[in-house]
Write a protein that binds this ligand. Structure first.
Ligand SMILES: Cc1cc2nc3c(=O)[nH]c(=O)nc-3n(C[C@H](O)[C@H](O)[C@H](O)COP(=O)(O)O)c2cc1C
Length: 194
């Protein structure tokens, strides 16, 4: 992996998801992967309107909505790897990431115009970094399954998830085991060829 675009979507800047993500990013960068991070809670990410304005031009994302998604579209196009980093809210990712995912699934997949076009982001890899309150197999399974199908639909390669459990606001989230899992996850991402 040479370049990663990381879409971060927690309202808690020093919370669990970003604490888990930090060693992943550090390892990726040490391994020569350039990481571009976007904190979607700090940005304006409007929902998709299903206007299909993006379907006119197959050369780029070209969404008609004027908000902060432009640089995200550009960074995604330049990246080999996209990381969705979100806590689980109501069995899925948080709302800003869902809005970004909706915008991207139309803007990059030119499937929805009068003539079926290409997935212009096909071949990129996708990974998840997530935290949840339930056991990860019950807390993150629906989001992971959604991302798997999202990738299959878009010609993207889903390469896996790092998921850890939050045991309570009175318990320190990060520990040695989670740190090791994060570093191992980053190593596994680095080993993937593009
Ligand atoms: C509004 C809200 C909804 C949540 N829904 C779920 C859920 O459906 N399943 C789950 O396992 N945890 C759920 N949680 C717990 C969070 O996923 C968990 O505390 C997470 O580690 C928070 O990450 P953060 O510190 O990065 O914000 C929810 C938390 C909030 C605030």
């Amino acid at each position: 992996m040479k370049k990663a675009c990381i879409l971060k979507a927690s309202p808690r800047k020093k919370g669990n998801t970003y604490s888990l993500l930090e060693p992943v990013v550090k390892k990726l960068e040490e391994g020569g992967c350039r990481c571009r991070e976007f904190d979607l809670y700090e940005m304006e990410v409007l929902p998709c309107l299903a206007c299909r304005g993006c379907q006119q031009d197959w050369s780029a994302a070209n969404c008609v909505r004027r908000d902060d998604m432009g640089p995200v579209f550009e960074a995604v196009m330049e990246s080999d790897l996209i990381i969705f980093a979100s806590p689980i809210y109501a069995w899925y990712c948080t709302a800003p990431l869902k809005a970004a995912m909706d915008r991207m699934v139309y803007a990059f997949n030119k499937y929805y115009g009068p003539e079926k076009g290409p997935a212009i982001w096909a071949g990129k890899s996708v990974a998840i970094v997530t935290t949840c309150g339930y056991k990860p197999e019950k807390g993150t399974d629906l989001f992971e399954e959604g991302v798997r199908r999202y990738c299959k639909h878009s010609g993207l390669e889903y390469i896996g998830k790092l998921a850890e459990r939050h045991l309570g606001y009175d318990v320190e989230f990060m520990d040695e085991e989670k740190q090791r899992h994060a570093e191992e996850f980053a190593d596994a991402l680095l080993k993937r060829s593009v």
